[in-house]
Design a protein around this ligand. Structure first.
Ligand code: AMP
Length: 318
């Protein structure tokens, strides 16, 4: 069982780690902005401390910083009594309390999530969310070299959503009942945004969310994402499969990725970008995005694939 006091455990650990300089966290500014053309809202953060974070390929093959993390960052060695996952503070957090769910045994970040990992993630979010205080959380999984992932040891990441921020997936799934996609019913996709993404609403009642249900949601979206790559292989034969997974209590979303970084501006994205949470390392790029929020839709497309809302699926999609 995940301890009922998990929120407190994480925030106490984070305060202590920040006081003792065990985490590298420097946030200079953050702003809520809106793209008037698409209606997309973004939460942009200027975070120079991200320059210290190792990027994909920076860590030597023989090293595993997520296994050999500093003891001061450990929140729980065994998050739910199964012995499979530990909860560790992120050394280079992007928000306060930013934590990692790391497999105790080494598994590769390219491997699919297991039903147990999905269920533990859902339970963790449910324990951390606090409706009275308006606190919501999201768990992400960056998988593949173009996904924004930097470590090969399997890990998911836990964040609190910024206050008063509504990811577009909330609007997309609002009032919609849970369903599993099939040849007749595609996953939800917002036709106003540029990039392909596949979203399913989760049941409102937490008791209805089981390991099987989460696994079916994930695998059907993964199947849709992988067949999507199939369509692009002729044009880009070197394409390596990469995707982002985003999970909240309300929905699950997968985004196929083509590139970590946009070429037109010095910004990169992981899963957070595809919820509208932008982590910017330098002032110049931050200012540009604040001045012209419409460019973000193009940057996200540059690192993803074109939106396919309204395109009829074929038998290979499912
Ligand atoms: P990703 O970049 O999606 O693969 O996530 C890996 C995360 O591990 C990043 O957010 C890093 O900030 C974090 N990280 C890197 N090195 C360490 C470390 N030594 N201890 C804890 N977290 C780390």
């Amino acid at each position: 069982m995940i301890p009922a006091t998990i929120s407190q455990l994480v925030s106490d650990k984070f305060q202590e780690a920040q006081k003792n300089n065990n985490v590298v966290y420097k946030k200079l500014d953050s702003k809520l902005i809106k793209d008037k053309e698409t209606g997309m809202r973004y939460y942009a953060t200027l975070l120079p401390s991200l320059n210290d974070k190792p990027e994909f390929g920076d860590t030597a093959e023989s090293e595993d910083p997520l296994a050999a993390h500093e003891p001061e960052l450990l929140v729980l060695e065994d998050i739910d009594g199964s012995g499979n996952l530990k909860l560790v503070l992120n050394k280079f957090p992007t928000t306060e309390n930013h934590s990692l769910l790391i497999t105790n045994e080494f598994k590769n970040q390219l491997s699919a999530l297991t039903p147990e990992e999905l269920m533990t993630s859902y339970r963790l979010i449910s324990k951390m969310d606090n409706e009275d205080e308006g606190k919501r959380h999201m768990i992400i999984y960056n998988s593949g070299p173009q996904s924004g992932s930097s470590q090969k040891h399997k890990h998911l990441q836990l964040f609190e959503l910024p206050e008063k921020f509504t990811p577009f997936q909330d609007v997309l799934t609002n009032g919609k009942d849970h369903f599993l996609p099939n040849i007749k019913e595609e996953p939800l996709q917002d036709d106003k945004v540029s990039f392909a993404h596949f979203v399913l609403p989760l049941p409102e009642e937490a008791e209805e969310v089981t390991e099987d249900l989460l696994a079916m949601c994930y695998f059907s979206l993964l199947q849709r994402t992988l067949t999507f790559f199939q369509d692009w292989l002729n044009e880009t034969p070197d394409l390596v499969k990469s995707y982002n997974l985003l999970l909240t209590k309300k929905w699950i979303c997968l985004v196929p990725r083509s590139s970590i970084k946009a070429k037109s501006l010095n910004v990169g994205f992981n899963s957070l970008g595809y919820a509208g949470i932008l982590l910017i390392k330098d002032q110049e790029s931050f200012d540009k995005i604040i001045e012209t929020p419409t460019i973000v839709n193009d940057l996200l497309l540059e690192c993803g694939f074109p939106n396919t809302a309204g395109v009829k699926p074929n038998e290979y999609n499912y």
